[in-house]
Design a protein around this ligand. Sequence first.
Ligand code: CMC
Length: 431
Amino acid sequence: MSDDKRVAKLEIAGKTYELPMYSPTAGPDVIDIRKLYADAGVFTYDPGYTSTASCDSTITFIDGDKGELLHRGYPIDQLAEKSHYLEVCYLLLYGELPSPAQLEDFESRVTNHTMIHEQMHFLFRGFRRDAHPMAIMVGVVGALSAFYHDSTDITDPWQREVASIRLIAKMPTIAAMAYKYTIGQPFEYPRNDLDYASNFLRMCFAVPAENFVVNPILSRAMDRIFTLHADHEQNASTSTVRLASSSGANPFACVAAGIACLWGPAHGGANQACLEMLQEIGTPDRIPEFIARAKDKDDPFRLMGFGHRVYKNFDPRAKVMKQSADEVLELLGVENNPTLQVAKELEKQALADPYFADKKLFPNVDFYSGIILEAMGFPTSMFTPIFAVSRTIGWISQWKEMIADPQLKIGRPRQLYKGATLRDYVDIEKR
Ligand code: CMC
């Protein structure tokens, strides 16, 4: 951020206020309104933060018009093709790609924290058998703060580092346990001789009664799904983590808040909602009916996996995901998967429709991810937990950046109040 001495001028009731402007390294300039209320006595109004930069950050940049996503400057398609999830984690967390020795050390630290405290197993047993795995994750991740007291002091950089590694390492274990619990199978302990994605697949699909060998192509596809969801600048769940952390709350509690936010169908829950929608459509001949519903102002239905607050062009993650879907389904011998056929035809028809073109609505990352996950054997209820596993690195990288910022202030938005003004209490017998 450079202070280029330019100012924006705002005139209120004949008085002009000068607001500093900053130029980012990429993206639109910003107007600094931090002193506006003190100087002019007015607030700005921006529900949904459509025009508000809530922080400065050096981690991730999205150019929504170009359909570009950069982590620390590196394009997501290059990372998805040439890198792998734990290397991307290192990049997001520490700012640079690791040397071979740094990567080895990081991978070893992560793999040595994959188990969870044995007593936590009892926590799982307190949930109803039919609980959604996201409900379990919100609870269990929040409960990490009850088990790892030695990494909850956010003023200690060493504890922050340990908490970060613990979260990256334990999240797949917790997600897999949530899954196993809901299907009534025994928990599978992590195996540290496996890579991150293979270990996760094994914890989800192995049973003690049988040998389980992870298919390397499925493991690569899993790793790519993790990589593609790793971070996405100031999205709703990341902003939730930042806001929760701004009060000084511990990282496990804050990440639990992020998981709760991610669950919603407008955010991470869209991958489950999208696959369910594609299955409900069922056959390509029903697509026009669903497109008509998505366009109908009186129908709340939306095409799930379509549209994005920031991308007004193709979501670059969706392109990689579509290619992965083809590869995985071919490997599994289900190229003629009816859901994939419906997805491809729906994408084609929606993109050719002026409604979607005019509103710049394109497939997003969730449009194809569910097809891959389903083909791998995951039920739809596991799609959002997998998103949560992937996004944990984004949440903690943004958290770490925020906590280290000397300008850190508690997040405390203002409001445009439209309620009643001062009035006297009326006794109950007079109402
Ligand atoms: N289907 C039909 N119409 C849509 C859709 C859609 N999927 N998305 C947006 N629109 C319309 C919307 O009705 C509105 O029309 P109008 O201007 O006539 O009122 C216009 O496009 C702008 O929509 P908006 O809701 O004001 O845009 P937003 O930036 O607030 O919403 C969104 C972004 C992602 C919540 C929205 O596009 C959506 O609900 N998509 C479906 C859910 C989804 O796929 N979410 C996953 C996002 S990517 C993964 C992640 O980051 O979590």
